[in-house]
Design a protein around this ligand. Structure first.
Ligand code: ZN
Length: 316
């Protein structure tokens, strides 16, 4: 099989509680940059909110569908169960104090593969981690968190799948990952083509119920390719492997294909270009509601349906 054009993680998309609670937590408390206010292109009456590191680089994008009438989901097999951001070494102590002050539900710091890990939950239940990593870089200069503690790119996502062996084979044979470690029941995979957002862990504790999509769960995990040509190559490799990727779909800020990996998790492969500065200045991201051309004619009706949002730490 030819080498995979996949270069690590691109974004993680989750289902959240109310939109205002979402921006207050991810922009205000965690200090991620709010980089795009748009709608779910498949359901334009609901927001799609995007967060990133200061430079808005792929591998740091966390995106949300705040579904107002969604019921709480259940984290379990068939999902990405944990999303982890890299933070500079020594940063966990600051975060422990901040989470305690802010009433965030967090666990005791743990050690994993020689790195310090702090597990916590967003107010809507999404499972997150901060992992101290020597290569953590990024942060957001204009954000509320000092750069020596700020979130950079993703460290990793953790997957729990119905068939870890086939998921592992997909990662290593088709998606450019090498198995690089084992810690208890946790298998670690790394993509050698990148230094940021390179890690995928596979761990599924026995006896937990099947995951159920809903508030506080990850909807899908997106991997990166550098351009459209690489995406076509990746799609061909997936077809050769017997998977069923969608045709390329224009997501305005990137181009995407989607497929269900054989262990049950919804995967996407997204291009790095064109990026978030496509429709607003790079130093004023997230200011205005942005709609793709197909929904622009409905702007008045869409704006009427969406609750107004106050961004705690606006750009620019
Ligand atoms: Zn996506």
């Amino acid at each position: 099989m030819p080498p995979s054009p996949v270069t690590g993680l691109h974004h993680v998309t989750a289902i959240s509680g109310p939109a205002q609670q979402n921006v207050d937590f991810y922009n205000g408390l965690l200090g991620l940059r709010f980089v795009k206010k748009t709608v779910n292109f498949d359901d334009p009456g609901t927001y799609h909110l995007y967060y990133a590191d200061g430079d808005a680089r792929p591998g740091s994008f966390l995106t949300f569908f705040p579904w107002a009438d969604s019921i709480p989901g259940r984290i379990g097999p068939g999902q990405a169960t944990v999303t982890a951001y890299a933070v500079p070494v020594g940063a966990v102590d600051m975060w422990l104090a901040r989470f305690a002050d802010e009433g965030i539900d967090f666990g005791s710091p743990a050690e994993r593969f020689g790195q310090r890990v702090l597990s916590f939950r967003a107010p809507d239940g999404l499972a997150l981690e901060l992992i101290e990593a020597p290569a953590a870089s990024g942060g957001w200069e204009n954000g509320p968190i000092p750069l020596n503690a700020a979130l950079g790119a993703f460290h990793s996502v953790t997957l729990c799948t119905f068939d870890p062996d086939v998921t592992a084979r997909l990662l290593t044979e088709v998606m450019g990952y090498d198995e690089t470690g084992q810690d208890g029941g946790r298998l670690r995979f790394e993509n050698a083509a990148t230094e940021r957002a390179a890690v995928v862990d596979l761990v599924c504790p026995p006896g937990i119920d099947r995951g159920r999509m809903g508030t506080g769960t990850v909807h899908h995990v997106a991997f990166r390719v550098p351009d459209d040509e690489a995406q076509v190559e990746a799609r061909a490799l997936l077809l050769d492997a017997g998977l069923q990727p969608t045709p390329v779909i224009d997501r305005q800020y990137f181009h995407s294909i989607y497929f269900r990996e054989p262990g049950g998790v919804l995967f996407e492969i997204a291009t790095d270009p064109p990026g978030f500065a496509l429709d607003e200045p790079a130093d004023r991201l997230g200011h205005d509601l942005k709609l793709p051309p197909q929904h622009e004619p409905l702007r008045p009706q869409i704006e009427q349906r969406l609750a107004p949002l106050t961004i705690p730490r606006p750009d620019g």
